[in-house]
Design a protein around this ligand. Structure first.
Ligand code: SAH
Length: 241
């Protein structure tokens, strides 16, 4: 489903920054964490400003790339600079307008699960900045992975980063303080706020690598950890079996 501009705080912030060079504060609320903010400029990071895992992902991109949840388009632009063809999708009409303004050639306002991509095949699919999060919950991860599989050309690969949130629930002695009856510990709820605009709350999934590996196997994909990041995060590569 596409976002309506009046319920799209991140899209509004991205559009402000892309069109005027500055933006207000993009706040992130969650029932699980303290209020936080996303510095809007980080959504406009250049390749040099990207964390090492993202730069590694860019280096592994081949052929026709699908950038899922492309936001302001930082990865799409870095790939275009390498003469790589990118289909850059996001459910936000405002961020899509910003990507077009910034020079992303194939910027589409499209849902990853939408019909528009049916029948297309990509050599690489990137889901970056905790991109597996768009699954929302662990029980929807197979749907995301199966969708990736259907969109992969023969020999193609998925590159995605995520984090193991286990550290959030560990006490000083390293004991894991989480009740499994409450579901999987990496399922987070977020709500974004920008100026007068409050978005709908949404689910976001952080998945540890072992759980990703097992879920991928069930979907006929092999997962490989490319590298660990600096803070419980990692980059994974998934290929069809
Ligand atoms: N990849 C970008 C932006 C990450 S924010 C970066 O690294 O800077 C996540 C983005 O995913 C948001 O822009 C959101 O609108 C988009 N998104 C969420 N669900 C989506 C879906 N089902 N299909 C496509 N994009 C989606």
């Amino acid at each position: 489903m596409l976002l309506s501009p009046n319920l799209d705080p991140m899209g509004q912030a991205i559009w402000d920054y892309a069109s005027t060079g500055h933006a207000g504060t993009l706040r992130v609320l969650s029932s699980m964490f303290d209020d936080d903010e996303i510095p809007v400029a980080t959504l406009f990071r250049t390749e040099l400003q990207m964390p090492p895992l993202e730069r590694m992902a860019l280096n592994l991109c081949r052929g026709h790339v699908l950038d899922v949840g492309a936001g302001a388009g930082c990865h799409s632009l870095a790939l275009q600079d390498r003469d790589i063809e990118v289909c850059s999708i996001d459910i936000s009409p405002l961020s899509t307008r910003a990507r077009t303004l910034r020079g992303v050639r194939d910027a589409r306002c499209t849902d990853f699960w939408g019909q528009e991509l049916d029948g297309m095949r990509f050599d690489t699919i990137v889901l970056l900045m905790n991109g597996l999060g768009i699954a929302g919950t662990l029980d929807r991860l197979p749907s995301l992975l199966n969708r990736c599989k259907a969109l992969l050309a023969p020999g193609g690969r998925v590159l995605a980063d995520s984090s193991d949130l286990r550290y959030v629930f560990e006490d000083e002695d390293g004991n894991f303080d989480w009740d499994p009856a409450e579901g999987y510990y990496g399922e987070v709820d977020y709500q974004m706020v920008y100026k007068q605009c409050k978005g709908q709350p949404f689910d976001w999934l952080y998945v540890d690598f072992d759980t990703l590996l097992r879920t991928a196997q069930q979907c006929g994909l092999v997962a490989r950890k490319v590298a660990d990041g600096e803070h419980y995060d990692y980059l994974a590569e998934l290929k069809a079996l």
